[in-house]
Ligand binder design. Structure first.
Ligand code: PLP
Length: 287
């Protein structure tokens, strides 16, 4: 199955026009990199004649929602182990609507995912384990297709949680021997682990630049500066972004641009990895 998304252009401040790969437009629920990551995982599950997807995530996980939507669409049933107390929110509401069963587990049980799977699904031959965020070789393969068929760019920006998406993009740049720099913006504090994660999937890191100073306090954290940036960005470009990943990535891109990092004729691409349902859960921060 070919996954299509358009490339748009925006201008911001006094920076040259910037291209943005709109993977957020692939689908509202099976959105962005999460569908890219699931594509070959589901193919693998089908090959093994598995019928029930079992996965893991936090209460605002875009991966849970994508898995729930994909399960419903492609004829699987699904269970998710959700970290923390039994709650309801926009993301979990949609997961349930797609028919996903949710099991809430405390943080210490959550930390041993293979045990949870083994313990609860030992006697279920159709069950298929999908790691948190979909991190896997199949996911890297799916993400290596993001840039296929596109023009070439001097600088490519993407946000990172696990680094799986970045690993896929870098593998593609390496395989095609392209003269591009991949800028990976860590959404978590202490993002220097990303280099090692990415190296597990593709060994040449010469095109890789990891930016670890744009986490705004850490994973799922944000500041007034970041929410003000989001308001400004959405208002001036018409492109909606969210605070956990895409806003940090675009803030980094624009900040580097304003500091004179790019040459005038540099071709710059940002990858919009989606995640916009999760934005609804952050609306309180914008008032
Ligand atoms: C999950 C997610 C990411 C991070 O992807 P990784 O492959 O885990 O690095 C980036 N952006 C959005 C919107 C996401 O939902």
């Amino acid at each position: 199955m070919f996954i299509y998304s358009p490339v748009h252009t925006f201008t911001f401040g006094n920076l040259p026009p910037i291209s943005i790969k709109r993977d957020d437009l692939i689908d509202p629920y099976l959105s962005g990199n999460k569908w890219r990551k699931l594509k070959y995982i589901l193919e693998h599950a089908k090959q093994l004649k598995k019928s029930h997807l079992v996965t893991f995530g936090g209460a605002y996980s875009n991966h849970l929602l994508a898995t729930a939507a994909a399960a419903a669409r492609f004829g699987f049933t699904a269970t998710a182990f959700v970290r923390g107390e039994d709650i309801d929110n926009e993301v979990l509401f949609l997961c349930r609507l797609f028919g996903m069963e949710l099991r809430f587990v405390d943080r210490s049980s959550y930390s041993d995912k293979p045990f949870l799977f083994e313990h609860h699904f030992r006697n279920h031959a159709g069950a298929y384990f999908i790691d948190e965020g979909g991190a896997s070789e199949e996911a890297v393969k799916g993400c290596s297709e993001i840039l296929a068929g596109m023009a070439t760019y001097d600088h490519i920006f993407c946000a990172a949680g696990t680094g799986t998406t970045a690993a896929g993009i870098l593998r593609y740049l390496n395989a095609e021997n392209l003269d591009s720099k991949l800028h990976v913006v860590a959404a978590l504090k202490g993002g220097s682990f990303l280099r090692n994660e990415i190296e597990k999937y593709t060994c040449d890191l010469s095109r890789l630049h990891v930016h670890t100073d744009y986490h705004f306090g850490g994973y799922a954290k944000s500041t007034r500066e970041l929410t003000d940036f989001i308001k400004d960005f959405v208002r001036h470009t018409g492109i909606v972004i969210e605070p956990v990943y895409t806003a940090k990535m675009l803030y980094a891109l624009i900040d580097l641009g304003q500091k004179g990092y790019f040459k005038e004729d540099d071709r710059i691409l940002a990858i919009h990895t989606g995640g916009l349902i999760g934005l609804m859960g952050t609306k309180g921060r914008f008032s």
